[in-house]
Design a protein around this ligand. Structure first.
Ligand code: RFL
Ligand code: PHB
Length: 397
């Protein structure tokens, strides 16, 4: 039996769990992380790439941004395309200089994991939480197994940063929250390819064949996505067909998409899920454990890190003043930003995906929105400030 005692027990070594551990440590608060998967698996998992200014600032403030500053690519704007017409939204200009940074989620996870382990801190891989107990007392426990051996973490607080399929949310008493669920009738086929990006900034595109997104990872690696049906099979998508379809959907006059060897392919369903309470006693949920959004707004990872900001504020206040004041405010503070992101992600999803027949009523509304974005600085500003992420002060009301 592995027996561990710490102040905060953290389930999950994704962006939420790792950020929480580092930030607590900076404030002199101890924590231990357990992670279901192996280190190789977690560090190799291809996911997000778009970091908001808030997220970048937090990683830098923790002293963990050295590689991100070198390898991350900052963008001052984004391209939006509709029926092969492309416009530019210069978000730095519209938001007083705020930017986004393109830096792969798995690079963030690597940097935070390396720093944690190099510092001699505890992180147990291939250690899955099986049960959370006594979270309505001042001594909650996390039960886990690693290589067939049982373990128990005794702590003051449990942070369930264990993603959408974790046990944190399932442990919350059903009567303590309301849940919301939307499954969109399409998925994303995502690729990583060894080819220089064909664009200097991201392109989100509506085309009568469906949505496409051109993102990137570096000067030599591109990340692209295509809308496909939910029951789509990867076998129907040989590399040539993927490039052909991306080229058609992203295309505008005088522009060519460069293709190259694809080294990663996956299909991700699009859904929104949400519970409106992130705390029960001394159990707290953060990140995808409490909410997921479709990736069209690039918000999931950023929301996970924003949750952690509010959770750290509460935990630090507890140890300083022996008060639950801020901790009991955690859900309220986090939910404001989460609902904003739910709305923005839903908006971007509806605007750029093919939902009904080209030419239908919903298509006409999409086109009317695009035409309005094109002509209105106010509308562009609304998109820009949501896209780069609203500053934390905005939510201090
Ligand atoms: P994670 O990253 O899922 O980490 C949870 C961790 O918990 C572990 N776990 C357990 N550990 C111990 N015991 C158990 N019983 C456990 N059960 C689970 C898991 O193994 C895992 O390591 O959640 P976290 O930290 O909340 O982070 C959330 C982000 O990963 C997610 O929101 C983003 O990837 C979403 N997302 C995007 N977000 C952005 O901000 N910008 C983007 O550009 C962006 N693009 C995307 C995305 C997600 C995508 N997919 C694949 C869903 C693009 C895609 C295609
Ligand atoms: C990505 O680079 O993976 C990415 C960028 C923007 C999104 C989603 C994913 O909205």
């Amino acid at each position: 039996m592995i027996k561990i005692k710490t102040q905060v027990g953290i389930i999950g070594a994704g962006p939420a769990g790792l950020t929480l551990a580092h930030w607590l440590k900076k404030n002199g608060i101890s924590s231990v992380i357990i992670e279901l998967r192996s280190r190789e698996y977690v560090e190799g998992r291809v996911r997000a790439g778009l970091l908001e200014q808030n997220t970048v600032d937090i990683i830098n403030d923790m002293g963990l941004g050295e590689r991100m500053q070198k390898e991350g690519i900052t963008h001052d704007g984004v391209y939006l395309s509709f029926d092969q017409e492309r416009i530019h939204v210069p978000f730095a200009e519209l938001t007083g200089g705020r930017q986004i940074t393109i830096y792969g989620q798995q690079e963030v996870v690597k940097d935070l994991t390396d720093a944690w382990l190099e510092d001699g801190q505890q992180l147990y891989f291939e250690a899955g939480a099986t049960k959370i107990t006594n979270f309505d007392t001042d001594n909650p426990q996390i039960h886990f197994t690693q290589n067939g051996e049982e373990g128990i973490i005794s702590c003051d607080f449990v942070a369930a940063c264990d993603g959408f399929h974790g046990i944190g949310r399932k442990t919350m008493p059903k009567e303590s929250y309301q849940s919301y669920d939307i499954t969109y009738p399409f998925s994303w086929l995502g690729i990583l390819a060894n080819v220089a990006p064909s664009t200097d900034e991201l392109i989100y595109a509506y085309h009568e064949n469906g949505f496409a997104l051109h993102s990137l990872r570096s000067e030599t690696v591109s990340r692209l996505y295509l809308q496909v049906d939910n029951d789509e099979n990867m076998e129907n998508w040989p590399d040539e067909r993927i490039w052909e379809e991306l080229s058609v959907r992203l295309g505008t006059e005088g522009w060519n998409l460069k293709s190259g060897p694809i080294f990663d392919k996956s299909i991700t369903p699009m859904r929104s899920h949400m519970i409106d309470n992130l705390q029960y006693g001394r159990l707290f949920l953060a990140g995808d454990a409490g909410h997921i959004v479709p990736p069209t707004g690039g918000k999931g990872l950023n929301l996970a890190v924003a949750d952690i900001k509010h959770l750290v504020d509460g935990i630090v206040d507890f140890y300083k003043h022996n008060s639950f004041g801020q901790l009991d405010n955690y859900t309220k503070m986090a939910l404001r930003r989460i609902w904003r992101a739910q709305d923005f992600s839903n908006y971007m999803t509806q605007l750029f995906h093919k939902q009904e027949a080209h030419g239908s009523y919903s298509y006409k509304l999409q086109k009317a929105k695009f035409n309005y974005i094109k002509m209105s600085k106010a509308y562009k500003t609304t998109i820009a400030e949501n896209y780069v992420g609203l500053p934390f002060e905005t939510y201090d009301f």
